[in-house]
Design a protein around this ligand. Structure first.
Ligand code: 7TS
Length: 409
């Protein structure tokens, strides 16, 4: 942890962290679902609507030109953040879910045929499973699943065995939302490319915790959501390699995505505009840029180091609780802790924690196949961010002792 990491100041930047919930200090451990927003992001949205609101790419007037400039500047900022070669490789979408559906639709549909294969892992969120299942069903293609070890590690040897000349797409999470496991996406990509397959990375839980360099990873697509990165809801990003985006047909038709429209036929704009039909979430893009500036000001390396320390502290502290079983103990994890406690239902645990002001997620985390592997219907998940503290972990531990008492554990 570096001296520049001023946790008290950081916490003051997030007003909601000062809230009392049920008379207790809020302990917000549901960052995997969505993160809280710093004041700079809140003010950016307010400033946009109060002083700058206009539609983009169409007005000759000042505000429209200014909004267009800001929108395209944000695209550049997002590109730098994940080290894309060109800002035109950044497509603004609603979130990770839409980004993955876009790839399945515009890349997958024209490319896939009967008996082709798509590989995913047992660790995927439903949004990196269902679009591929739908595509397979439509095309007569097959979905293959890379299994995991008991600790929740991606089994690379099994992956290697599943790859073949039939594999067209490999779609994997950068980090599992249910267990925190970090997947070796660079190595996964290199091997997929040897087999002529393209790689789609679901970065929803990668970007908030890990420095991301898409050129270094060499993945073909990378998807993430602004709201899990301290930005607004309703805005997300699809990164795609230039040549792939150029070869892809549109996702939705409408205004902005065209070059020329007539009843004899329509031609489409080049990417990224081709994939941004209609009025986009202009305020959201501004908020996302501001969130990225905030994360950069804290420092991506500093965030990773601080969270690693917090995770190690939490793992050790929670292991002391009688009956607690950590679900997912991979060597490389982002700051996510999933667990069960005796045979107490996770929703009951979540309810007791809520009474203590502690927000966790209790459920299957939209990762039912991961739960099926562990033969549990649900877990309690504490997903951390860089504004969380050891004192908050201590509060969780104390509350879990209480849960044990309440339910006679
Ligand atoms: N992929 C992963 C790995 C995720 O964690 C999520 C959301 C998504 C995709 C979908 O993102 P969206 O912004 O399009 O909804 N994960 C969670 C979660 O863990 N708890 O609530 C939402």
């Amino acid at each position: 942890m570096t001296a520049s990491f001023d946790i008290a100041k950081i916490r003051r930047d997030f007003p909601v962290l000062g809230e009392k919930i049920r008379g207790k200090d809020l302990v917000y451990f549901d960052n995997g679902a969505t993160t809280q927003k710093p004041l700079t992001v809140i003010y950016a949205l307010q400033r946009y609507y109060a002083r700058e609101n206009a539609n983009i790419h169409r007005g000759v007037h000042f505000l429209s030109q200014q909004a267009t400039f800001a929108y395209e500047r944000s695209r550049g900022r997002v590109g730098q953040f994940i080290n894309a070669r060109e800002s035109s490789e950044i497509v603004f979408v609603r979130g990770t879910t839409e980004a993955l559906n876009l790839v399945a639709h515009s890349y997958g549909r024209p490319q896939l045929g009967p008996d082709d294969e798509i590989i995913v892992s047992q660790l995927e969120h439903h949004s990196n499973i269902v679009p591929w299942q739908m595509l397979c069903e439509e095309k007569g293609a097959r979905l293959r699943v890379v299994p995991i070890s008991d600790t929740g590690e991606f089994l690379f040897d099994e992956y290697e065995r599943l790859l073949s000349e039939r594999t067209r797409i490999v779609a994997v999470a950068h980090a599992s939302n249910a267990l925190g496991t970090i997947l070796p996406v660079k190595e996964i990509t290199a091997l997929a490319h040897q087999h002529g397959a393209i790689v789609v990375v679901d970065g929803a839980q990668g970007v908030p915790h890990l420095p991301v360099d898409v050129q270094d990873l060499d993945c073909d697509f990378y998807a993430f959501s602004g709201h899990k990165l301290f930005g607004p809801t309703g805005i997300g990003v699809l990164y795609g390699k230039q040549a792939l985006l150029h070869a892809m047909p549109p996702y939705e038709g409408g205004g902005s995505m065209i070059e020329k429209v007539s009843f004899d036929g329509t031609t489409y704009a080049p990417p990224p505009t081709r994939f941004e039909a209609g009025t986009p979430h202009i305020a959201g893009v501004t908020g996302l840029e501001t969130a990225i500036d905030y994360v950069n000001s804290v420092g991506k390396e500093q965030i990773a180091a601080y969270e690693a320390d917090l995770l190690a502290y939490a793992d050790a502290a929670l292991s002391e609780i009688p009956g607690l079983r950590l679900i997912g103990t991979a060597r490389e994890r982002v700051a996510v802790i999933s667990f069960t406690l005796g045979d107490i239902h996770p929703h009951d645990i979540g309810t007791v924690l809520d009474a203590e002001g502690i927000a966790v997620r209790a459920g299957h985390h939209c990762a039912q196949p991961t739960m099926q592997f562990y033969q549990v219907p649900a877990t309690v998940r504490a997903s951390l961010a860089f504004y969380n503290t050891r004192a908050e972990i201590d509060a969780l531990v104390a509350a879990l002792h209480k849960v044990n008492k309440v339910f006679g554990g």
